[in-house]
Ligand binder design. Structure first.
Ligand SMILES: [Zn+2]
Length: 115
């Protein structure tokens, strides 16, 4: 867990929340993204939603640097799997060359020097 800070996109009041570090941030927006679900900051650090809806200066579970503007803003996490195209890497076909190890050069063939 870590303290993470966000700026209100409207008034730049600093919001500090504690949350799981594994969640990756996509963006902070003054409006919700369509089709996304949002939890209040008090649901952190284990929010199930796609993001968090802050009310600037008012939301619980947040350290506000100032009183804020009282307007909502939205933190959007990077969503995994659902509704997201995963770039599939084509399996690279490579021809395995059938390289034989060069035959070891032994001593000259059979038959030693004969008198
Ligand atoms: Zn604000």
């Amino acid at each position: 867990m870590a303290d993470v800070t966000y700026y209100c996109p409207r008034c730049e009041t600093l919001a500090t929340v504690e949350r799981d570090a594994y969640l990756a941030d996509k963006s902070v927006t003054p409006y919700p993204l369509e089709g996304w679900s949002y939890d209040p900051p008090s649901a952190l650090p284990h929010a199930d939603a796609d993001g968090v809806r802050f009310v600037c200066g008012e939301s619980d579970g947040v350290d506000w640097s100032e009183d804020g503007c009282g307007e909502p803003f939205y933190l959007n996490f990077v969503r995994h799997d659902e509704g997201r195209e995963i770039d599939s890497e084509p399996a690279s076909e490579y021809v395995e060359l059938n390289v034989r190890p060069s035959e070891p050069r032994g001593p000259q063939g059979p038959g030693g020097p004969t008198p």
